[in-house]
Design a protein around this ligand. Structure first.
Ligand code: NAD
Ligand code: GLY
Length: 369
C-alpha cells in the first residue's frame, strides 16, 4: 500500500492506494477510531460488486443505503432521504459515513457528512478511475441544482481516502477513459515525466488487460502507479490552495470549453472526461495561437488523448454557440473567461485575456462549424 498525505494541518489526511485492499479498511477505522458506527452510502451495482467485501472487514455496527445510479441522483431530494435514514439509524456525532462508489456517490456522501449534525467524519472509497484520481480528493462536496451542476455544496475534507485499484477491473471501458482524461490533465499541468510515462504505456491503458489472468496482475500494477502519481499531483495542488482561491484553478485545464460542450450537448453526447479531452486540445491550440506553446506539444497532447480512445474533435457544434455559452459558465470571474493554458509539458498559466477570434479559430480547426 502507498500512502500519500494531503497536508492540510488539522484537516489533513492520507490517501491510501493499494490493490486488493478493501477488506483492510475496517482495521484502519478501528485503529484510528474514526467512527463508533458506520453508515455506508453506495449504489446498487457497486454494492453488489464490493459491498460485502468491504462490510466483512468492519467490526462496528453498520448500515448500507443504496442510491440509484446516475448523475441525476445527486440532488437535494436524495440528500433529504439520506438524512432520514441517518436519523433512523441513530447516527450521531461520532458515527462515520463511508462513500463507496464513483464521483456521484462521493460528492453526495461528502455533502451529507459535511451537513449532518454540522459535520461528522467520512471516508471516501472511490471505485471509478475518475473518483480515485480526482473527485475523492480535495474535499469538494455537493449536489446539483436543476439549473446548475454542483451549485450547492461546501469544502469538507474526508478523514481518509481508501483506494483499492482492483475495483477498476470491473469498470466499463468508457468509464475508464473518462478518468484517463483527468490523468492526462495531471501530466500536462504539473508533471512532464508522468505525461511521457503515459505516452509510453498508452497501449496498455484499456480494459483488455483485465480479461486474462496473466495480464491482469501487470495491469493492476500499472494502474496503481497511475493512480498514485495522479493523486500526488492533486494532493499537492489542494495543499497549496484548499478552497480554490487561485492555484487550484489549474485543475480546470480543459474544463472551460469541456463544461460548455457537455452542457450544450445536454450531457448526452459526451461524458465528462470526453468533453474535457476536447477542451484540453482546444486550450492547447489557444496557447499555441497566443505564442505560449510549441505546436509539437499540441500534437503530443492530442495524440496521447487519441491513443487512449478519447475524442479530440468537435462534431456538429457551432463555434459561435460555444463562445456565447463560455461567458455564462462558472469559470468566469469579473466578466472574463478564465482559460488554463499550457506553456510546456508540466506547466500552465491562467489567462483571462484570450481574444474571441483566437477561441473561434481554435474551435473551427477542431471541427466546430
Ligand atoms: P459515477 O459516479 O456516475 O460512476 C459511473 C458509473 O460507474 C456508475 O453508474 C457506477 O455505478 C459505476 N461504477 C462505479 N464503480 C464501479 C466499478 N468499480 N465497476 C463497475 N462500475 C462501477 O461517475 P464518475 O465519473 O465516477 O463521477 C462523476 C461525478 O463526479 C460527477 O457528479 C462530478 O461532478 C463529480 N466530480 C467531483 C469532483 C470533486 O472534486 N468533488 C471532481 C470531479 C468530478
Ligand atoms: N476537480 C477539480 C477540483 O477538485 O478542484
Amino acid at each position: 500500500m502507498v500512502k500519500i498525505k494531503v497536508d492540510l494541518k488539522d484537516r489533513g489526511y492520507d490517501v491510501i492506494v493499494g490493490t486488493d485492499t478493501l477488506p483492510e479498511l475496517g482495521a484502519l477505522i478501528e485503529a484510528d477510531k474514526l467512527g463508533r458506527e458506520i453508515f455506508i452510502i453506495t449504489d446498487p451495482l457497486v454494492n453488489d460488486l464490493y459491498g460485502d467485501i468491504l462490510r466483512k472487514g468492519l467490526k462496528q455496527r453498520a448500515k448500507t443505503v443504496e442510491v440509484a445510479r446516475g448523475e441525476q441522483q445527486k440532488n437535494l431530494k436524495i440528500a433529504a432521504k439520506l438524512f432520514d435514514e441517518l436519523v433512523k439509524f441513530g447516527a450521531h456525532r461520532d458515527s462515520l459515513i463511508i462513500g463507496l462508489g464513483g464521483g456521484v456517490i462521493g460528492d453526495l456522501a461528502g455533502f451529507i457528512a459535511a451537513t449532518y449534525m454540522r459535520g461528522i467524519n467520512y471516508i471516501q472509497v472511490p471505485t471509478t478511475l475518475l473518483a480515485q484520481v480526482d473527485a475523492a480528493i480535495g474535499g469538494k462536496t455537493g449536489v446539483n441544482h436543476p439549473k446548475c451542476k454542483n451549485l450547492i455544496g461546501c469544502f469538507y475534507q474526508p478523514k481518509a481516502v481508501f483506494i483499492d485499484v482492483k475495483t477498476l477491473s470491473t469498470l466499463p471501458a468508457r468509464e475508464l477513459r473518462t478518468g484517463l482524461a483527468e490523468v492526462v490533465k495531471y501530466g500536462v499541468i504539473e508533471d512532464a515525466d508522468f505525461f511521457k510515462f503515459l505516452e509510453a504505456n498508452a497501449h496498455h491503458l484499456n480494459t483488455k488487460a483485465f480479461e486474462e489472468e496473466e495480464t491482469k496482475r501487470a495491469a493492476l500494477k500499472l494502474w496503481q502507479t497511475i493512480v498514485v502519481e495522479s493523486v500526488k499531483v492533486k494532493a499537492k495542488v489542494v495543499e497549496k490552495d484548499e478552497k480554490e482561491a487561485g492555484l487550484r484553478m489549474i485543475l480546470n485545464y480543459g474544463h472551460t470549453v469541456g463544461h460548455v460542450i457537455e452542457s450544450l450537448t445536454r450531457y448526452r453526447a459526451y461524458n465528462h472526461g470526453e468533453a474535457v479531452a476536447i477542451g484540453m486540445v482546444v486550450a492547447a491550440m489557444i496557447a499555441q495561437r497566443m505564442g505560449m506553446l510549441d505546436k509539437e506539444i499540441v500534437i503530443r497532447i492530442k495524440g496521447l488523448l487519441e491513443k487512449l480512445g478519447l475524442p479530440t474533435e468537435i462534431d456538429n457544434l457551432p463555434a459561435k454557440k460555444i463562445i456565447a455559452a463560455l461567458s455564462i459558465d462558472k469559470k468566469v470571474s469579473a466578466g472574463k473567461v478564465n482559460f488554463v493554458l499550457p506553456t510546456k509539458l508540466g506547466s500552465v498559466d491562467v489567462r483571462n485575456n484570450v481574444p474571441a477570434s483566437i477561441i473561434k479559430q481554435s474551435l473551427v480547426e477542431l471541427g466546430a462549424k
